[in-house]
Design a protein around this ligand. Sequence first.
Ligand code: NAD
Length: 496
Amino acid sequence: MSDLFTTITTPLGEDLEQPLGLFINNEWVKTDKTFETINPSTEKVICSIYQANESHVDLAVKAANDAFKSSEWSDLTGSERGEILYKMYEIIKRDASKIASIESIDNGKPYHNECLNGDLVESYEVFKYYAGWSDKKTGQLIGSQVLGKNKICYVEPIPLGAIGGIVPWNFPFMMMAWKIAPALATGCTVVMKSSEITPLSALWYGKIALEAGLPKGVLNIVSGFGKDVGSSMVNHPKLSKIAFTGSTATGQKIMESAGSSNLKKVTLECGGKSPFIVFDDCDLDLAVEWAFGGIFYNKGEVCTSTSRFFIQDSIYDKFIEKFKNLTNETAIVSEPFNEKCTIGPLVSKLQYDKVKSYVEIGQNEGAKLISGEFLDGPGYFCKPFIFIDCKDEMRIMKEEIFGPVVAITKFNNVEEVIERANDTTYGLAAALFSNNITKAHKVASKLEAGMVFINSNGDSDIHVPFGGSKMSGIGRELGSYALDLFTENKAVHINM
Ligand code: NAD
């Protein structure tokens, strides 16, 4: 095996061939610098991978632009592109257990309960879904009955060209799938940057591209850091778009730079501080059940996690008792390959320290901590934290912690809770529980969020638009909506 690959032995005893190089123009590329990626369960180095710099971004962007113009890609029909995407679906489905293992080692997410049966299923289903869309985004004819005698116009949705994608560390493989599949379906070519915290599963897309027969340069993967690789992509004049998922602070920087470089289009999927509202006329057990996953799935490292609970005062004590009991029963904190694991280690030392500091902040602010503790290492493990009797002005009620920490407060009436739930700069998701369907719909219509869940929480489905309002982002991924992110409409006027 060359030094472009290494063998990773998983806790399940399987030996996996992990690429280490960048993937540019269908080739694995070495660079003169490497960086380490750490296993958050053991705090040990998994391996070192090659790190890109500005010149590698340049190479990848050139490859993507050349591929966009080459007949090998641009002459394909929609259904021919769909066939390649379908092959990618089959390969990811076949290799799901391998990719899930790499992801669990690199990120710490529970292998069985979340990674294999959650992220990987959604990732390959996304490729199957957009394989079907590849030949279905057609144009429009505006006829002379509208435009006037002797005039017609056809409107063609054309691919944006070479686009860049930048993803975070919480759903590394899946966030890439959400961008790569619709971009390829529309005929774009892609340069993707993984997160420096979890770079391993991204490189498997290189293997998938080669086996599926993607023409060279159509999909390129660069590994590295935001400040150099990410910002080189954002400032690159030959990328027509950046599809970004990550924090709001980075999203703001990207929008500024994208505007001042070549006015490239941006889609931003950013942070959140989503409310979870429980009315006293709901099915309480159902609410408690959805509350757990809503905040503690993926160790709370989920953009849509409902980290602010508003509970109606008449059921406040009962809800808290049931929620605490369920959390203690359901939160199985362990190394992620344990079949029973529901909460793996936090992704990194940085994230662990961030959660620690917020737990201290919550206590200093006077919120009452009724559950949760940090566990001895190695590994960034903790039991989930529940704060009650929180006040809206507390930082743990306002700021995105992105860890297993929930802040709970009580409310009295409908108008009050809508106002308090909306009192945030974020607008990603919101969940509410009530058996009064009229009230539920009225409240849903007033909540300022891109996604509202009634009597459920955090449901994501590839057919449904995903994204946020306010400072949670711009644009919607998934569904037919994602096709619009990678195309623009060209109008051709004809004077007959
Ligand atoms: P982050 O913003 O620190 O990094 C995200 C990506 O951006 C990484 O690949 C990073 O290298 C890159 N980056 C950093 N600075 C950059 C720059 N100046 N220019 C270009 N790229 C740059 O976010 P994170 O810590 O990796 O992820 C957590 C955040 O992501 C949370 O805020 C979470 O809510 C958000 N998120 C949002 C969604 C969504 O769909 N709305 C989904 C997952 C995560």
